[in-house]
Design a protein around this ligand. Structure first.
Ligand code: HEM
Ligand SMILES: *[C@@H]1O[C@H](CO)[C@@H](O)[C@H](O)[C@H]1NC(C)=O
Ligand SMILES: *[C@@H]1O[C@H](CO)[C@@H](O)[C@H](O)[C@H]1NC(C)=O
Length: 560
């Protein structure tokens, strides 16, 4: 056994690995995002010591095995050592060892669905700035928000590269013109956002009101029938209603979940399809290969296909109402200018997912909070009954709904406790711009990302007290009470700054209308024996919150 040669070969390969790490991978970590370069470094470089060793010992298999594994081990160890070393730019920030070593730990945690609770625990242990990844900090500090999220802040972070959900068809739209939600370039984002802003002006909103009112009325009707004979899963029904509405609003029609149930499984597909991106967003470098793997991302592909179908249909048939597509397609000012198809696809999936899942879970959380607090329910009903007395028509007046103080305090309070996107607001310096200064002491370079977890911010007693964990709508109405702190700067369920939620007006209108209408139409209570703690146990942070069932007994209030 020529063991001396093997040892020599292994050592050479290991030294080569160390050298590659020190001179290329560590200083130019972004190189690792370029697949060709990475392949060359990982596959071709170790071929050299392998060839030398083979010439000495004769066995190709053994020579490759030794050289490649020594090379990889060396790179791995050097990477870990660097991430833990005092020369790493984030070395002064506290955090768990595993977080500093690898983002795979966050993949594991994200998979449990309890990332929001874990992140909160981290801040309780380590303070307002925690190192949650080798190159990522989580920040819970209102004074820093404007230079992270705000107009002085940064564009979206690399998380979005790991969340490309529309498969190959949408992949081309990455950072290009027209793409909005994951755009990491400020000017391109601003340009895309102009079109979207047009779709949510007060005038455009007027067009969505009757669409929403029709779906809300349908929900009440369906529930009057279904609820007559026992309990219903309100969580599912609210989701169906919101998805049906979003289908109308985005595509001018598409879903009939309330009427048909989930016949084609598209609702289940959509919910299931959110799991994988919640993991890949932690490690964006895997995303480019995902669409090519047949055994993963099956849901993503199904979703991409569904969107493809809806978009094609909508493009062929046009629409009778001014739906979101009407605005996004530039149908208004410039009918002959064609928006590229991948951009349309990405926009479609974006609107559908960004809007339906978040609004549905927000609404369910609000109903849960109200039903679990009978005194709040009582107070809310009094306000709604006065505003919309019997015989005075349905509660569809948007201006009136937005003026109801208690109703809006209830909605704020549930969005505070359960922000639909609990942890995943991420920003990073725009690629190619170097560093970004957040505070005199916090300056980050391009490979560093900053996370702002609303769930943690919203339950911080510096900003919400007393009892930040308690559902207490009154805290929003005690502006002059010195014992109550309700810091609206720390309230960011829709994020803030240039890439904040463009759909906020629609989200709030749907929540107000459906909540008011339901309260006016039904006597509601949680089923006998339902454990109120179950709701929180079921909540899963997969980018947007996912929820469990909410079994509710309904009785029509008859005269309403
Ligand atoms: C209660 C319901 C909703 C919540 C809590 C919510 C929350 C958010 C948040 C936190 C962001 C920003 C993400 C970030 O800063 O990284 C966002 C972005 C966005 N939301 Fe919403 N959203 C809701 C409903 C909607 C609706 C109904 C629509 C559309 C119809 C919508 C469309 C969008 C879009 C397009 C973006 C991307 C904006 C951009 O990148 O410029 N959302 N949403
Ligand atoms: C709810 O929060 C928003 C945003 O911070 C705020 O403008 C509004 O006044 C709040 N509503 C109530 C009733 O406090
Ligand atoms: C919110 O907190 C910040 C930082 O502590 C403070 O500067 C600001 O005045 C507070 N705002 C309100 C409305 O309490």
């Amino acid at each position: 056994m020529p063991s001396l040669e093997i040892l020599g070969g292994a050592l050479t390969a290991a030294l080569l690995g160390y050298a590659v790490h020190r001179t290329v991978l560590q200083p130019h970590e972004s190189l690792a995002k370029n697949a060709e370069w990475l392949a060359a470094l990982l596959l071709l470089v170790p071929a050299l010591p392998a060839a030398v060793l083979r010439a000495q010992i004769g066995s190709t298999l053994l020579a490759s095995l030794v050289a490649y594994s020594a090379y990889y081990c060396s790179i791995l160890l050097a990477t870990i050592a660097y991430r833990l070393s005092s020369t790493h730019p984030l070395t002064i920030y506290p955090g768990p060892l595993l977080c500093k070593v690898t983002k795979l730990w966050m993949v594991y945690t994200a998979n449990t669905g309890k990332l929001h609770e874990y992140t909160r625990q981290l801040h309780a242990t380590y303070g307002p700035i925690v190192r949650i990844g080798p190159n990522e900090l989580s920040v819970v500090d209102v004074d820093l928000l404007s230079r992270i999220l705000g107009s002085e802040g940064m564009p979206k972070g690399p998380l979005w590269e790991g969340r490309r959900i529309s498969g190959k068809r949408g992949a081309g739209a990455k950072n290009n013109r027209g793409n909005l939600i994951g755009n990491r370039y400020k000017d391109r984002h601003a340009e895309a956002r102009k079109t979207w802003n047009r779709a949510f002006t007060p005038a455009a909103m007027k067009d969505y009101e009757p669409i929403l009112a029709r779906r809300a009325a349908q929900l009440i009707d369906e529930l009057k029938q279904k609820g007559a004979t026992g309990s219903v899963d309100l969580s599912l029904w609210l989701s169906y209603c919101i998805f049906d509405f979003m289908g109308d609003m985005v595509f001018g029609g598409g879903f009939e979940l309330m009427h048909d149930g989930d016949r084609d499984g598209i609702y289940r597909t959509m919910v299931a399809g959110l799991h994988l991106p919640a993991l890949t967003q932690q490690i964006p470098w895997v995303a480019p290969v995902l669409p090519y793997l047949p055994w993963v991302g099956k849901h993503m592909k199904a979703l991409g296909q569904f969107a493809f179908k809806c978009v094609t249909k909508r493009l062929q048939e046009g629409s009778v109402t001014n739906d979101l597509f009407y605005h996004l397609l530039d149908e208004v000012p410039n009918p002959e200018k064609q928006t590229p198809f991948p951009v349309i696809m990405t926009n479609a999936v974006t609107a559908m997912l960004a809007g339906s899942d978040t609004t549905a879970v927000a609404l369910c959380n609000t109903f849960y909070c109200v039903l679990a607090h009978p005194d709040v329910y009582q107070h809310l009903r009094e306000e709604v009954d006065v505003a919309f007395p019997p015989g005075a028509g349905d509660p569809v007046d948007a201006a009136k709904l937005s003026s109801l103080e208690y109703l809006n305090a209830v909605i704020n309070e549930s969005l505070r406790l359960y922000p639909s996107i609990p942890t995943s607001l991420q920003r990073a310096p725009q690629p190619g711009t170097g560093t970004h200064q957040i505070s005199p002491t916090l300056v980050i370079d391009e490979r560093t990302s900053i996370l702002v977890p609303p769930y943690v911010l919203h339950r911080d007693s510096r900003y919400f007290s007393p009892d930040p964990d308690r559902f207490w709508p009154e805290r929003w109405l005690r502006k002059d009470d010195p014992d109550v702190v309700t810091n609206t700067s720390a309230f960011v369920p829709f994020s803030s700054g240039p890439p904040n939620c463009v759909g906020r007006p629609v989200a709030l209108l749907s929540m107000r209308m459906i909540l008011a209408w339901m309260v006016r139409s039904f006597e509601m209570r949680l089923v006998e024996g339902y454990d109120v703690k179950q709701w929180e146990r079921d909540l899963r942070d997969y980018f947007a919150l996912q929820k469990g069932p909410l079994p509710v007994v309904l009785r029509s209030r008859g005269n309403m």
